[in-house]
Design a protein around this ligand. Sequence first.
Ligand code: AIR
Ligand code: ASP
Length: 322
Amino acid sequence: MDKLDLLYEGKGKKLYSTNDRDLLIAEFKDDLTAFNAQKRSQESGKGILNNEISTIIFGELSDSNITTHFVKKLNDRDMLVKRVSIIPIEVVVRNVATGSLTKRLGIPEGRELKNPIVEFYYKNDAMNDPIINDEHAVIMGLVDEVVELENLKTQARKINEILKPFFAKVGLRLIDFKLEFGKDKNENIILADEISPDSCRFWDSTTGEKLDKDRFRQDIGGVKVAYEEVKNRILTLQKVYKAIVNIYLKDGVLDSAGKAVNHALGSLGFGNSVNDVRIGRQIILKISANSKSDAEKQTQEMCESLLANTVIEDYNIEIING
Ligand code: AIR
Ligand code: ASP
């Protein structure tokens, strides 16, 4: 997949076109910005960490049937994603009061919210991403129909219910986070952007230590160490999966072994019921991966590059918990 023209440069990523019209490459940058880019810095290697963390989270969400723009991680900094048109709404989910919620409404810092809250912000740096309600979103034409806002809220809540226990397993409290959605070529609303310590707040479950971009916003320091800590913790959730790969000759390619067996079965009197025989091979692999979908992607790449001769062979992959 070639990285062609730079289409868009955001605060954390650059987006490039590729030879496939429907796919883009997102390159994760080392830039750190806060307060809508009024505060800027760089943290060498941050982009690499966010690419890796986002890859793991998108895989986890995909296992739980959330459709995302993620296709695969290409290298340290680059992620292949589906082309979407971004809905200019930042969808924020909050489990614990902090940040702008505390500032705006005086809800005490660190108070666990009885129910998660979903908020919409208008994605517009020049206007400081103002908070908006459903009616504003409709009047401003940010969505085509009101039901789309319900769709955003439902998906955001579902993602929260998947990610909260996921991070809890590695001693991280998911305090709040920001999501962005886009419409794919079939007009489906799917999760886009990234999920990383740039877009989420994580507090250590026992010490309360902040392990996210607040370390930069509040000049606490140790930004990269904190992001690395998040990555290392979620990497411990890797599991072993069993990948069962079945490879067989494509329809229309002469399968002489299959033909011989078909013939032999015919002479044994099975000719009325057996119409065709194909003989393939099975390869069983054990793979360490962060999610079922990650294991499937890795196996697919192995098939494409080595295990199958895709000119004449088809294959299918089944992933089970190893
Ligand atoms: N967020 C909002 N705009 C950009 C980002 N990254 C995220 C913050 C935080 C949540 O949304 O990282 O996790 C709520 O932010 P705030 O500032 O509204 O409290
Ligand atoms: N409100 C966000 C922040 O404070 C916006 C940004 O990331 O620039 O970080």
